[in-house]
Design a protein around this ligand. Structure first.
Ligand code: G4P
Length: 529
């Protein structure tokens, strides 16, 4: 079917999936693809692990295939929608990557393990969603295992994350007793059939809540319990309010089991209706409508090619307006240059393909000649503009970098700057001391290892890292003079790559102390361009 540009944009849904590792993000993503008809698991499954890796664990599959650029963006079609899923790294040490990915998403799906509730990593990622005011949908997974009490799970989300919840459906039992879910809108119960451990779609039987057959199917006890729970829910729970959902203040909650497919399609159907096609984005020239004639996009992720032989990089762009046309030239606003974007590619289920056209809402990867940085804008507009910068998140671990072979200064600086441009680490220097020493900050300690490995492997530079005791970093808002700040003994003044002044602290107590001592000083946990 041929769509107009406007229809193409309207049918797009771009969302990120977040979760604490092991909650089932990968499995759920895979099931979305199954329903989208992009993969046929039934014939291909040898074991769960193989099935999972075959689809969205790009790192692994690429290792196998010898392709070295890792990506985590998938596009597929479902029921007339064109869906872009932004997968996020599960390991907490790479959560910064997740933060940036969320900047490219229009909504987020939070996967929670029903037997665990809200976990540490969910909490952290959730904060970013709240900051962006994007709609957050909750999928409570693993209902095929014994789950926590449903009301407790909801309370947990509300208390831990501070967001109101509204269950769109309600589980009937859990573990071996998981019978299906009750759809509150339709007042029907979806009973699930065997999906052969999730390898095929499975038949869903729909029964009205008033159907006498329901009681027979689920048994008297479960039926009574369901009635009681629904009464409680109707009396005490929040009502569905699309406006609050859109603002990210109310999270619609769904229950299911990604592994066995229970509730996955119901979730997908409701979710697609409750989310929006791409919305306008803020720039320094005001809001940019997705339907604007001009193409525009920003870089939210840069991925280095891990293959030594091709040390090129891929910049991931989120298209914010118009149509991307591979034959046209676009202005890289921060670089002040106009050129074609080379090797534009998109990931479709299990293959990577070169694209010649893409629309607002889509994510494309383009070859980065080493000139692009995270947050950069591209546009076809004559009067150029910049999209709002992507916040830099506060590193929590700091180390002083020592170069083992001091002769390789140039190489070292090039390597460390490029890795910092990719956003894998942040680098700082002492403020005003003229010392050349580099301080590196990371969100997760594993990134220190990655830095060491990559400098050695890709740039042939060996480094030593000396851990520093700092745990808190603050950007100084406005134009407060850093030289006038009266600090504490454990405070250190530093600057970032863009010469912005920052402060490092050993403990949060000192942060408060410095704030109190210096009137008018505004310290921020995020750095903005
Ligand atoms: P993640 O991406 O969020 O880290 O989670 P992932 O999908 O990899 O799932 C983590 C584990 O939880 C996997 O098992 C997966 O099979 C299992 N899982 C996912 N969804 C469900 C569900 O709805 N019910 C149940 N019972 N399990 C689920 P694993 O043992 O770590 O991997 P595998 O070796 O079995 O593949």
């Amino acid at each position: 079917m041929a769509y107009t540009v406007e229809q193409e944009i309207k049918r797009r849904r771009t969302f990120a999936i977040i979760s604490h590792p092991d909650a089932g993000k990968t499995t759920l993503t895979e099931k979305f693809l199954l329903y989208g008809g992009q993969i046929n698991l039934a014939g291909s499954v040898k074991g769960k692990a193989t099935a999972r890796h075959a689809v969205s664990d790009w790192m692994e599959i690429e290792k196998e295939r010898g392709i070295s650029v890792t990506s985590s963006v998938l596009q597929f079609e479902y029921d007339g929608y064109c869906i872009n899923i932004l997968d996020t790294p599960g390991h907490q040490d790479f959560s910064e990557d997740t933060y940036r990915t969320l900047m490219a998403a229009d909504s987020a799906v939070m996967v929670i393990d029903a037997s665990k509730g809200v976990e540490a990593q969910t909490r952290k990622l959730f904060k970013v969603c709240v900051m962006r005011h994007i709609p957050i949908f909750t999928f409570i997974n693993k209902m095929d295992r014994d789950a926590n009490d449903t009301f407790e799970l909801l309370d947990d989300i509300e208390n831990e994350l501070g967001i109101a919840t509204v269950p769109v459906n309600w589980p009937i039992g859990s573990g071996k007793e998981f019978k299906g879910v009750y759809d509150r809108n339709e007042r029907t119960v979806r009973m699930f059939s065997d999906t052969q451990k999730g390898t095929k779609q499975g038949e869903e039987r729909i029964l009205s809540i008033d159907d006498p057959a329901l009681k027979e199917e689920i048994g008297d006890e479960k039926y009574e319990q369901l009635m009681e729970e629904l009464e409680l829910l109707d009396g005490a729970g929040a009502e569905f309010n699309q406006d609050l959902v859109t603002k990210g203040e109310l999270s619609p909650v769904f229950f299911g089991s990604a592994l066995t497919n229970f509730g996955v399609e119901t979730f997908l159907e409701h979710f697609l209706k409750m989310t929006y096609s791409p919305l306008p984005r803020m720039s320094d020239a005001g809001e940019i409508s997705p339907f604007s004639e001009d193409f525009s996009a920003f870089v939210f992720k840069i991925q280095a090619n891990m293959n030594k032989a091709h040390r090129d990089r891929v910049a991931f762009l989120r298209i914010c307006s118009g149509t991307f046309d591979a034959t046209k030239e676009y202005t890289h606003v921060q670089g002040g240059r106009k050129s074609k974007l080379s090797a534009p590619q998109q990931m479709m289920a299990d293959e990577r393909k070169i694209v010649d056209k893409a629309y607002a809402g889509d994510i494309i990867g383009v070859f980065d000649p080493g000139l692009y940085s995270i947050g950069d804008t591209f546009t076809s507009a004559k009067k150029t503009f910049k999209f709002e910068g992507i916040p830099t998140f506060a590193p929590e671990h700091f180390a002083r970098v020592r170069q083992i072979d001091t002769m390789k200064r140039k190489q070292f600086m090039k390597g460390i700057t490029q890795i910092a441009q990719e956003g894998a680490i942040q680098i700082f220097q002492e403020y005003n001391t003229g010392m050349e020493e580099i301080i590196v900050g990371v969100v997760g300690v594993l990134q220190f290892d990655v830095l060491k490995y990559r400098l050695n492997n890709e740039y042939n530079v060996e480094i030593g890292l000396e851990n520093l005791p700092y745990e808190h970093i603050r950007w100084i808002e406005g134009d407060y003079d850093i030289n006038k700040i009266s600090g504490t003994s454990d405070m250190k003044k530093i600057k970032d790559l863009k010469d912005r002044p920052l402060l490092l602290f050993v403990n949060s107590w000192s942060v408060g102390m410095v704030q109190d001592r210096n009137e008018g000083l505004v310290l921020s946990e995020f750095g903005r361009d």
